[in-house]
Design a protein around this ligand. Structure first.
Ligand code: PHE
Length: 338
């Protein structure tokens, strides 16, 4: 028995030694240690061993099993590192790795999030409206007469149905007031469309953010304070803001708002960022007409509205010289905002 154990072990070790692939290694393991394996069969002979020899033979069998198992393990490891080395052959491990490119938010998205954040802190809620509008919500309800140049086919995209691509987000003012009673304090960011010649400062689609605040006692002072605060949050607390009298059909009085820009190496200059004004009573009247009530009676409520170009704000913030960069999806431009 002892000799058999010895020779089985010697044979097994020699067999394992000669192995050069995983498959044969597994076969060898089964052939030696498996149910029908050579060593397993030997172990079965234990029952015929004389009682006084059992302990010694048992130990020898165990030792053989351990030695063989260790040899199998060692071979497996050797084969594995051989395989690894082969896989790495011809690969230069000192080459720098490939970097992962992280995407980033588009500058317009960054500006929109920021603008919404500031105005929400002041109590404005988000409102929405369709980009394909009717003439009523885009013009008539906003007190814009039939012959106003903005209604011209040369300035506005019309569909055959008579609908149009909204030329400003001010239509959301009307829809919001039609849908609910005062007080109203909303902002509506979104696209607006105009048939402009495309150049460094004009696109046929741009991004506006409209605001509307209507309540019992809204004053011009509220309008000024709100927009000054907004622009100083946006561009820094030192930012100078100027209200310049202007005309819009839907507000009276109306203003354009400029901020003073201090670009490096240039004389400071005023740049227009928004239009605003006190809601014209005619606008309230036409909303009431549509609502069939007097919820927005000009005797009971006043309000202010503003609309600004988010593209313009982004261009000011980052000194972007050409608005077309905002829609060209050139990664050399976009990755600067990562
Ligand atoms: N709708 C105006 C524009 O597109 C901006 C504006 C909005 C002006 C609200 C006054 C009040 O230029």
């Amino acid at each position: 028995m002892k000799d058999q154990i010895q020779s089985t072990q010697t044979e097994a070790l020699a067999q394992i030694e000669a192995i050069s692939d995983f498959r044969s290694l597994e076969d060898a393991r089964v052939g030696i240690l498996g149910k029908q394996g050579s060593l397993t069969k030997l172990s079965a002979g234990m029952r015929d061993v004389a009682k006084e020899d059992k302990a010694e033979i048992g130990q020898l069998l165990n030792a053989a099993r351990q030695t063989i198992t260790a040899s199998l393990d060692a071979k497996k490891e050797a084969l594995q590192s051989e395989a690894d080395a082969k896989a790495l052959e011809g690969i230069d491990l000192t080459l720098p790795g490939r970097s992962v490119h992280h995407g980033s938010l588009h500058p317009l998205t960054i500006i929109r999030h920021e603008a919404i954040g500031i105005l929400r802190r002041m109590g404005f809620a988000l409102a929405d409206g369709p980009e394909i509008e009717d003439e009523f919500h885009c013009f008539d309800a906003l007190n814009t007469p039939e012959d106003h140049p903005a209604r011209n086919e040369k300035d506005t995209f019309y569909f055959d149905s008579g609908k149009l691509l909204r030329t400003h987000t001010s239509s959301v003012q009307i829809r919001t007031m039609e849908g609910g009673k005062p007080p109203v304090r909303i902002i509506a960011p979104g696209s607006a469309y105009r048939r402009d010649e495309i150049d460094a400062t004009h696109l046929s689609v741009f991004n506006q953010l409209e605001g509307l605040y209507v309540d019992a006692d809204v004053s011009l002072g509220d309008l000024k304070g709100t927009l000054e605060y907004f622009l100083q949050e946006m561009f820094g607390s030192e930012t100078e803001v100027r209200f310049r009298p202007h005309f819009f059909p839907f507000t009276e009085p109306s203003f354009e708002i400029d901020v003073k820009l201090h670009a490096k190496g240039q004389a400071p200059k005023w740049i227009e960022v928004a239009g605003c004004g006190m809601v014209d009573p005619d606008v309230f009247d036409s909303v009431n007409g549509n609502r069939k009530d007097e919820a927005y009676s000009p005797a009971g409520v006043t309000g202010f509205a503003f609309g600004m170009g988010l593209d313009r704000l982004a261009m000011i913030r980052w000194g972007i010289k050409d608005i077309r960069l905002l829609i060209e999806n050139d990664t050399r431009f976009l990755k600067q905002f990562a």
